[in-house]
Design a protein around this ligand. Structure first.
Ligand code: ATP
Length: 201
């Protein structure tokens, strides 16, 4: 399977871009969606979280209190490490399962932390959705109920713009109007179709 990794910082437009590839019939495997599902109510990962942190980490209905856990690992690096050690192998396993099950000519692996978590090793090509920090902040503030300081803290915790660009085979520029994405995606889609075709044994 020919895998195109798509990444970009918070609010850069990954979902907007992958939706356009989806419209071309391409399967999107989303690391964020998988990361959420492995903590579903009743999952072994959630049981491990409860064992470490107690019921404080859960809502009354037994589901994960994501806001609590986010805050906890933000303030306790050792807990962050523990959580990563628990979840990363599970996420990787499920990613591989979904990539292998994909039936489109190539498949997209969308992951905000593709570079940080070395998921680039699973990818034949890396596509970075690139925007300026000002655009990132502006669009995230429009979309989410967060403060500018919170967005800035998330940006600082992610790879730098340059680190992502260093890992890129292709770049989509998304500081401009949404309509400018359509052509960029169409050109890349043609390129990936050709690459996937010549890659087939
Ligand atoms: P995150 O990693 O934070 O989930 P993302 O990279 O998936 O974000 P999107 O959700 O696709 O980013 O885009 C962020 C916000 O910016 C969304 O509200 C989206 O509708 C908007 N957006 C994306 N591209 C453009 C554009 N070119 N012009 C205006 N708004 C845009």
């Amino acid at each position: 399977m020919f895998v195109v990794g798509v990444t970009g910082g918070i609010g850069s437009g990954k979902t907007t871009v992958t939706d356009l590839f989806k419209a071309h019939g391409i399967t999107i495997v989303d690391a964020d969606v998988i990361a959420r599902h492995i903590m579903d109510t009743g999952s072994p990962a959630l049981a491990a979280v409860e064992q470490r942190f107690g019921t404080e980490a859960l809502h009354d209905n037994g589901s994960l209190n994501r806001a609590w856990l986010r805050e906890r690992i933000f303030n306790h690096p050792e807990d962050k490490q523990w959580l990563n050690d628990l979840t990363h192998p599970l996420i990787r396993e499920q990613l591989l399962r979904e990539l292998e099950a994909a039936t489109s000519p190539y498949v997209i692996l969308s992951a905000p932390l593709l570079v940080e978590n070395r998921l680039t090793s699973l990818c034949d090509r890396v596509l970075v959705v690139d925007v300026s920090e000002a655009t990132q902040i502006e669009r995230t503030l429009m979309r989410d109920d967060v403060s500018k300081a919170q967005v800035q803290a998330i940006i600082e915790a992610q790879a730098t713009r340059q680190q992502r660009l260093d890992a890129a085979d292709n770049v989509i520029h998304n500081d401009g109007d949404r309509s400018l994405l359509v052509n960029q995606v169409e050109k890349l889609h043609e390129i990936y179709l050709r690459l996937a075709d010549t890659n087939t044994p």
